[in-house]
Design a protein around this ligand. Structure first.
Ligand SMILES: [Zn+2]
Length: 330
């Protein structure tokens, strides 16, 4: 990677449901500094105030004037109104409307732009990662929620409000047995995202023989209390060959394969990269069942499916890529 371009700084902000990450970068995607904190959810305005404070902290710590910042890109958990620069009824943040770009632009006296985090990640992967040179590509994140960004014929798809392909909310279970964080039933995210896998486990354990459940390592890891189950317990127990856990990991893989098949059928990508905490912590257990089952549901030719090269920083690269793409540079 090239060295920093002198005196030209860009700020990227990745706002998730739990963490906010901030990086200062040059225009080649070389990070000069980065930091993160848990999202301050004390008020809607506190979120942009926290971003401003972290951005100013990085500028001060590395000895440059915030006025040298060319622009700020914010890749955020959705849904959002992209043109207005606000989050609107975000599923992971408990406010109806969260202003982002206006307070940041006013305080830092620079331009800023907002993009859905998965759409931003797709842009970041194309500019800095595995999708360089590809015209048809998708990024899928399996994390607290599930999201997707798609580039089709070289164009990043955004939609009227910037919420194109909210694939976490496609219906994969028409019986709607589980309720999603958005309030609707049967959505992919309600079964397979980090925050909802425990609901899926509890629902499925009710169907298994009581004796098998009571003897499972999975239940022991939750202190014999299903209400305390975490997604990470399932993957840990499966890694230790717990029979029920391995079975449920495979079932989650089938549901993920249905979601991936929908993306393949809709966008016909030549590559899908996958990120998000659930994926990055359980790479083989997430990817292998998808690769095995996706052909059962996809009509289109199956693309290469691989882990993102940008790791945990994919959201930050996406925010920088959005700033470089949407903010005029002169
Ligand atoms: Zn939903």
């Amino acid at each position: 990677m090239k060295g920093p371009v002198k005196d030209e700084h860009w700020i990227g902000i990745d706002l998730g449901g739990t963490w906010v990450r901030v990086a200062v970068s040059d225009k080649s995607g070389h990070f000069l500094a980065k930091t993160s904190e848990k999202v301050d959810k004390s008020s809607a305005r506190a979120i942009s105030d926290q971003m401003i404070r972290l951005a100013r902290f990085l500028c001060r710590k590395h000895g440059f004037d915030p006025k040298s910042v060319k622009g700020v890109g914010i890749a955020a958990t959705g849904p959002l109104l992209q043109e207005e620069g606000v989050l609107i009824h975000p599923t992971a943040i408990p406010f109806d409307c969260v202003p982002i770009t206006k307070p940041i632009s006013e305080d830092l006296d620079t331009q800023s732009c907002l993009i859905n985090d998965a759409a931003g990640a797709a842009l970041g992967e194309k500019m800095f990662g595995a999708a360089k040179g590809l015209d048809n590509y998708a990024y899928i994140t399996i994390s607290t929620g599930i999201g997707c960004g798609a580039i089709v014929n070289g164009t990043l798809l955004l939609g009227k409000d910037g919420n194109a392909h909210e694939v976490g909310h496609i219906v994969i279970d028409y019986e709607g047995r589980l309720t999603c964080g958005c309030g609707r039933r049967g959505h992919w995210e309600a079964y397979c995202s980090g925050s909802n896998i425990p609901n899926f486990i509890r629902m499925r354990l009710r169907d298994e023989p009581r004796k098998d459940v009571e003897e499972s390592l999975l239940l022991k890891m939750a202190g014999e209390d299903p209400s305390r189950l975490r997604a990470t317990d399932l993957f840990t127990a499966a890694r230790k060959a717990d029979r029920i856990s391995a079975k449920l990991v495979e079932e989650i893989g089938v549901l993920n394969a249905i979601g991936f098949a929908n993306v393949i059928n809709a966008y016909d990508p030549s590559l899908i990269t996958v990120g998000g905490t659930v994926t990055l912590k359980n790479r083989a257990m997430i990817l292998n069942p998808i690769r095995k089952h996706v052909k059962d549901y996809a009509l289109n030719r199956i693309p290469k499916i691989t882990i993102t090269l940008l790791g945990d920083d994919v959201g930050l690269y996406g925010a920088i890529a959005a700033a470089l793409t949407y903010i005029p540079q002169c």
